[in-house]
Design a protein around this ligand. Structure first.
Ligand code: NAD
Length: 485
């Protein structure tokens, strides 16, 4: 990063965003597709309506079939290479548009894209015996409608493309409006390279200005066979009511338990690193910590020693009233909501707002709270960790479970006691459960395994891979086919 000229990057960002946002409307080619001629860059695969995108992606699906596994593999490699090669510029472009998170981590998410599983995951199952042979093949659905979050706009799109196209599908994206321009830019870049390598346009498509209406159009479009939703509770509920099959990577509020035998210095460093990553925008990120009484003081000291900045009760109170708002429902009941202005803000900014001081580069603010505090119960997506002191391990797990709201998303434990690990794993029943590591180890970064930006918690498919986006089909041949006989 030190060799990168920030001014050059800023110029690139401004150029690209200017081109995307201020360019004159693209000429239609008659099917609603914006021209992909070199005179009008920035619009390949970008459509005004969901219907037009779905129709184009349906045409591309037929062509992708002809290109076979070799064609899918080329698309996967193109997306991986483009993300790795453009990680710095695209990271800046995404941050410039969304205004949430931290630049180094925006870049790291893109440099990690080559680790996303591709075509090698599609493996047929063969059976052979006295009655003949049977093959089970994992085949595409067709066109997938994919909804992506503002927290990782380009990375989610890239990882979805790799998984979904590896499985033979084509895609229509409805990005979050707050990250739609950088999403369209990436879709254009993917299409430019795919078209030049495979001669197929619109394997990846996107609605230029995503709205609730375009979401509803995707849900209703007969060209779209499957939905994949990555986002919060509202969009998950809407997708599941749509009548189309939906793979839902829903919200999380991951708790951490610090037990008596935990290696406290490592646990503190892990919690700050995981929770502080991209200013706590990750759905898997550590959001609240339950510490057993016996090691509470020592753990708080370890957090400070690891670089966390402790807020006093007055500062916490000020930040809480800034970070949450209340709205009344029809029945007059008051409900808290996260103040979107503070989501993904950095520690220095948050500290200033509550009269605290945090040096540049601080990963996390933290404060002692009770288990009912708003920072505990709301998925705050801010680098502010509430630390709850509990009597013992059983109380820690019970309170951790309540704080997770039954999302069954992610949870973490720090302990050297295997029985405690098992007890918490059973109680939480979460899709991701990490023992003695940061949340990031759960997605292959510092732990074993692969990554994904869509962890299908709500519908149970788990950390998505190409196999998630396949239909299982069986082919049977009955005859005297036994070559050993
Ligand atoms: P969000 O729910 O506000 O938006 C997600 C997407 O859904 C966006 O494209 C948005 O435009 C759309 N959307 C929102 N409400 C909708 C509705 N009622 N109908 C139709 N579309 C709607 O979430 P966000 O702020 O972009 O992202 C953060 C949320 O996503 C957090 O809750 C986080 O836990 C979750 N998330 C989950 C995963 C996962 O893998 N499980 C990954 C990333 C983010």
């Amino acid at each position: 990063m030190s060799q990168i000229n920030e001014n050059v990057i800023r110029d690139v960002v401004n150029d690209v965003l200017g081109q995307l946002g201020d360019a004159p409307a693209a000429k239609s080619d008659g099917c609603g597709c914006k021209s992909s001629s070199p005179r009008n860059p920035g619009k390949r695969g970008v459509f005004a309506t969901a219907g037009q995108a779905a129709q184009a992606a349906a045409g591309a699906f037929e062509q992708l079939k002809q290109a076979g596994f070799a064609g899918r593999e080329k698309v996967v490699q193109i997306v991986k290479t483009l993300c790795a090669d453009n990680a710095v510029a695209w990271g800046h472009i995404e941050l410039e548009e969304t205004k949430i998170g931290l630049i180094d981590h925006k870049i790291a998410k893109l440099t990690g894209i080559p680790g996303i599983p591709g075509t090698e995951w599609i493996t047929p199952v063969g059976m052979s015996g006295d009655n003949g042979i049977t093959m089970e093949e994992f085949t595409p659905f067709g066109v997938i409608g994919a909804i992506t979050p503002v927290t990782h706009s380009i990375p989610t799109i890239a990882a979805n493309v790799i998984n979904m196209v590896a499985a033979g599908n084509t895609i229509v994206f409805n990005a979050h409006p707050g990250g739609a321009r950088c999403a369209a830019m990436a879709v254009d870049a993917f299409n430019e390279a795919i078209e030049s390598e495979l001669g197929i346009a619109n394997i990846v498509t996107i609605v230029e200005q995503p709205t609730l209406e375009s979401f509803n159009d995707i849900c209703a479009d007969e060209n779209i066979a499957l939905l994949c939703v990555t986002g919060g509770p509202g969009v998950v509920a809407a997708a599941m009511q749509s009548g189309k099959r939906a793979i839902c990577a829903g919200p999380g509020n991951p708790p951490v338990v610090i037990a008596e035998s935990a290696r406290l210095d490592k646990a503190a460093a892990d919690v700050l690193f995981g929770g502080g990553f991209d200013a706590n925008l990750l759905c898997i990120g550590e959001k609240q910590v339950f510490v057993v009484d016996k090691v509470y003081r020592e753990f708080m000291a370890a957090l400070e020693a690891a670089g966390g900045v402790k807020l006093n009760p007055q500062q916490l109170k000020r930040l809480t009233s800034d970070a949450f708002t209340f709205t009344k429902d029809a029945g007059g009941c008051s409900h808290p909501a996260v103040n979107r202005e503070l989501v993904g803000a950095d520690c220095v900014t948050l500290a200033k707002r509550c009269g605290a001081k945090a040096p540049e580069g601080t990963e996390m603010l933290f404060a002692e709270t009770d288990e009912d505090h708003l920072f505990v119960i709301e998925e705050q997506m801010m680098p502010v960790l509430p630390i709850v002191r509990v009597k013992d391990f059983d109380e820690a797990v019970a309170k951790a479970k309540v704080s997770e709201h039954g999302y069954k998303h992610s949870s973490m434990i720090h302990t050297l006691n295997v029985e405690e690990m098992t007890a918490m794993a059973q109680a939480m029943d979460s899709t991701l459960f990490v023992k003695n590591g940061s949340c990031l180890t759960g997605l292959g970064s510092g732990g074993e395994g692969y990554g994904s930006f869509s962890v299908a918690t709500t519908t149970g498919e788990g950390i998505t891979t190409p196999m998630t986006f396949t239909r299982k089909r069986r082919c049977v041949m009955v005859d005297n086919l036994n070559i050993f006989g």
